[in-house]
Write a new protein. Sequence first.
Length: 131
Amino acid sequence: MRASDLDPSGEHHGGLPTWPWRYADPGLHTRRQLRAMGLRPGGQEPAAQVVCRRGKRIAYLYRIDQALPVRPMTPRQAEALDRAMAARQTCPLCLTRYDACLPLKTLGSCVPCSELSDDERDQLAALTNAA
């Protein structure tokens, strides 16, 4: 812990109370922590900040008592999310949808299809295009 990271009064950090990593008050949480609890900041300004990685990273902290519940997803948002995930989870060669995202940028297909020879890949592409 660096002494410059500990500033509970906010005197040295523009009025925003500052703590080193893992030393913040228990009533303060980051956006991700709030989201994991089903909450959102709800328009409140950051109440404090946490400094980590020797001052190179800052995470804003929000008061949990002022946080609001996360808005429910609309049916159209759920459809759009499902389409986006389908594009990341579906192999373009065998058209199989997996539970996890596929390495499409590196392999271009699912792992079993990436291990096929060029001839086998062409045959599979012809079969899926015919269907």
